[in-house]
Design a protein around this ligand. Structure first.
Ligand code: PHB
Length: 564
């Protein structure tokens, strides 16, 4: 169904005269959500933030929700969903720098016992692509994807010495338009911004010094206490591809003493990184041909509310991340199952919008660091509980009983997330509540995830006692209960923790296949037989665990996540 386009929606033209409309508008909605100070926006907020018509916003939200990139809460709040990190992961794989350099950055952080980061130039800003953190007294911890103003960090002074006159002009415009740095959600806004002219002359001086010295410092330019020293890392062609920084706090180092302490090592590791970039990259494995273009089926299902060209554009974007160095047009068509002409339109749109560029020889397209602005840093700040929570809420809606996620803590399980319906236990469970692992369904699947010996040792040392007349306490019984959970892939515990309470649990695996948590549903013992519980709950419970695992895998592809 056609709709009246507002002025802001008029189709822009990509190089070659191709329309970029739906993809551009979809990305505008993602950017608005990523830049918004709070985690959720209503469609009306999105209309105001993007200038798009309400009907357009609705279609984009429907489409992006179908793709798993957004989720809806309380019927109308729109939130970014962890799967969106696929886009940033695609850039990080495509650019190849984290894979080539991060192991060295981690080694350097260990050697110096300070935080080490890698950052790339992104327009007039500096964007982090790797963080090996040892944050101690620092209030701020930057994440992969965070953008800093070039003049307020050490890497910016290194990158700016290579700026073209246009880039310098862009930077100056930005400085004058936004002297308080409100366009940089990761940095505290300046309450009393210095005059842009002063900022400009101070930055020019730092850029000149950095050019002469081959390194740059940040002496509390972002926040009081934070000091950093950075060196450039060059590609074989001499261009600066990224900056290697070490970050500390004035409680340990002044900017000067940090430079004295860290520069020899920074230079050594910078040289090793350059050598790593100069050695022939491992032959990129061609991406497995993608399945058929599924946007056709979704279009049939969702009709006019589903924006096929937005979906196709995003599938081309993620496909570029299937190989370091990007893909050719034919490669992109093959990886997405799209017709060449369709893939070409998407590539040109992405280029026009600043997310992709032709690169190197062989007519390849690569992704640009701006892809990370699409929510990557915000989503990397989600805790494990926040990742699990919406899946628990959905499960509770399906089964009408309380659901929880717990981890193993010594001989106990410890709750990390919970969504309840009516309270059926005598104790009130909150996050942090502990129960003995041996008497709970989550405990049994968590123990089943350990190597058999380790599980047996834990059971042997636990102080086991009958909590109800049904509690299994014999050592052999408990070993068998855990073995059965291992065989079945779930555990069902009937009134062993509390009379009248029945609970069924399945494991949650991380991307390496290790059991890191368990998810359960607890119900009244009066609700039918044990088999009834299995039939009524297990499919939804298993699906919830799988959904948590999927999110976990996307989030932790590049970001370390603490699972309590
Ligand atoms: C950081 O890695 O957090 C960092 C690096 C350089 C700076 C400031 C912060 O100038």
């Amino acid at each position: 169904m056609p709709h009246a386009a507002t002025a802001a929606e008029a189709d822009a033209a990509a190089p070659g005269g191709e329309p970029v409309g739906p993809l551009e508008r979809g990305l505008a909605v993602l950017r608005a959500l990523a830049a918004h100070p709070g985690p959720r926006m209503r469609p009306g907020d999105l209309v105001r933030a993007t200038g798009l018509a309400r009907s357009t916003v609705d279609r984009i939200v429907t489409t992006l929700t179908h793709l798993g990139y957004l989720r809806i809460e309380d019927d109308r709040d729109v939130l970014l969903a962890p799967r969106l990190m696929e886009l940033g992961n695609a850039y990080l794989t495509c650019c190849g720098l984290p894979d080539a350099l991060e192991p060295l950055a981690v080694e350097l952080a260990d050697e110096l016992d300070e935080s080490v980061s890698l950052a790339v130039p992104d327009g007039a800003g500096v964007r982090f692509i790797s963080q090996s953190t040892r944050r101690r007294t620092m209030a701020l911890a930057f994440q992969i994807g965070d953008l800093l103003p070039a003049e307020r960090c050490a890497p910016g002074a290194l990158f700016a010495s290579g700026w073209s006159p246009e880039q310098q002009a862009d930077w100056r415009t930005r400085l004058h338009d936004d002297p308080r740095d409100t366009g940089f959600p990761a940095v505290p806004p300046r309450s009393a911004p210095p005059a842009p002219d002063e900022v400009e002359s101070a930055f020019r001086q730092r850029v000149a010094d950095a050019r002469d010295a081959g390194w740059a410092a940040d002496d509390q330019l972002i926040e009081p206490g934070l000091v950093a020293v950075a060196v450039p890392v060059h590609a074989p062609d001499g261009s600066t591809v990224c900056a290697l920084s070490v970050v500390s706090h004035t409680s340990r180092h002044s900017a000067r003493s940090l430079a004295e302490h860290a520069l020899p090592r920074l230079r050594e590791y910078g040289a090793r990184m350059e050598a790593a970039l100069a050695s022939p990259a491992p032959v990129a494995t061609p991406p497995a041909p993608g399945g058929p273009d599924t946007s056709r089926a979704a279009k049939a299902e969702l009709g006019p509310e589903f924006l096929q060209s937005l979906t196709r554009g995003l599938s081309v974007l993620t496909a570029l991340g299937s190989a370091p160095g990007g893909l050719t047009l034919s490669g992109a068509a093959e990886a997405t199952g799209l017709a060449r002409a369709t893939a070409r339109r998407a590539l040109l749109s992405l280029q026009q919008l600043g997310y992709a560029a032709p690169a190197g020889e062989g007519r390849r397209f690569t992704l640009l660091p701006t892809v990370l602005e699409l929510g990557y840093a915000r989503l990397s700040r989600l805790s494990f509980a926040e990742i699990a929570q919406p899946h628990l809420a959905r499960l509770v809606e399906q089964v009408h009983d309380s659901a929880s996620v717990a981890v193993l803590a010594d001989d106990d399980i410890m709750y990390v997330a919970r969504v309840h319906t009516v309270r059926i236990m005598s104790v009130n469970i909150t996050v942090g509540t502990r129960f003995p692992a041996y008497a709970t369904s989550m405990g049994r699947v968590l123990l089943a995830g350990l190597p058999e010996r380790a599980a047996a040792e834990r059971l042997a040392r636990a102080s086991v006692r009958p909590l109800t007349p049904f509690t299994r306490v014999a050592a052999a019984d408990l070993v068998e209960a855990v073995a059965q959970a291992r065989r079945d892939g779930h555990a069902l515990v009937d009134q062993e923790l509390e009379e009248g309470l029945r609970s069924i649990a399945v494991p949650v695996h991380d991307r390496t296949g290790r059991v890191v948590a368990a998810v359960n549903v607890s119900t009244h013992a009066s609700r039918g037989t044990l088999d009834d519980v299995r039939q009524a709950v297990l499919p939804a419970l298993t699906a919830a665990a799988a959904a948590i695992e999927e999110d976990l895998a996307v989030v932790t592809e590049r970001v370390r996540l603490a699972i309590p």
